[in-house]
Design a protein around this ligand. Sequence first.
Ligand SMILES: NC(=O)c1ccc[n+]([C@@H]2O[C@H](COP(=O)([O-])OP(=O)(O)OC[C@H]3O[C@@H](n4cnc5c(N)ncnc54)[C@H](OP(=O)(O)O)[C@@H]3O)[C@@H](O)[C@H]2O)c1
Length: 305
Amino acid sequence: MNRIEIGTSGIVASEVAIGCMRIGGMEPATLDALISTSLDLGIDFFDHADIYGGGKCEEVFAASAKRLGIPRDKILIQSKCGIRQGFFDFSKEHILASVDKILARLETDYLDFLLLHRPDTLVEPEQVAIAFDTLVSTGKVRHFGVSNQTPNQIELLQASLPMRLHANQLQMSVMNTGMIDQGITANMKHDNSVDRDGGILDYCRLKKITIQPWSPFQYGFFEGVFVDNPKFPKLTEVMTALAAEYGVTTTGLAIAWLQRHPARMQTILGTTSPDRVRQVADACQVTISRPHWYEIYRAAGNILP
Ligand SMILES: NC(=O)c1ccc[n+]([C@@H]2O[C@H](COP(=O)([O-])OP(=O)(O)OC[C@H]3O[C@@H](n4cnc5c(N)ncnc54)[C@H](OP(=O)(O)O)[C@@H]3O)[C@@H](O)[C@H]2O)c1
């Protein structure tokens, strides 16, 4: 498993992470298999959020880590806060209270990374700065990042923060390439040319912020899995042929395609299947050629001018 530095934090982690949004209802033995297989494959980064399963996902993860006897310093744990029922909340009080509850559910003293989950337009960056400062000085959080944020939103926060933001978790997959499309089709009267994120891909590369693609197997907004989906015949045909050529599965190829991007992203896998995690780990060893990378991009329905 290749390893990358997360932002400029000095923390080096597996280039793919296990997303824990769907683990809340798993049988203990199956969850243990998912976590232990991931660790065996060199995947040591686990992504949570306070809202996943209403907190259940963090609890069952902690229980599994305890059963497996995983030393805390052998894994990197990230969680997120800021989404509440019907609104977003980056207030100092909410951030501090959220982290205390996250730590209690995860049965740990600290988070390696805390991300702000979805932009709160009522954000007061000075309040976030006080919260983050408190979390560092009390040892509860080591590093910070954001999720679903534009360059200007990051700049706004960063202007008040004493520490760097190291990660930005963004929706991205072979079938969700908004952050790539705009650059490829710049200056055209085409839907792909619409700037929907302020040029976040190039911004994160320039600032050395690690992009963490979420929902890497989904199309639309949780509409379903595109891999081997007859709804996308051209993509399925191309991915099946290239997967055979590279000696990987189509599931693995979907992640190898993301990892091929020189932005050096850290993809967050949502699968609960140890076998699929293994397929991804195998595929992370292959480097897709430039023509094949573009072939997959085009097969997903995108144009090249
Ligand atoms: N920051 C944000 O706003 C945000 C939003 C959403 C998610 N996330 C994070 O991103 C992680 C991943 O999101 P996600 O779970 O929506 O993404 P995903 O990895 O695209 O989807 C995983 C789901 O697809 C299913 N699946 C079916 N066929 C598959 C195949 N061939 N390969 C892989 N999976 C297949 C999996 O089932 P099996 O379990 O049976 O494999 C699982 O239910 C989450 O766990 C969370 O940590 C962040």
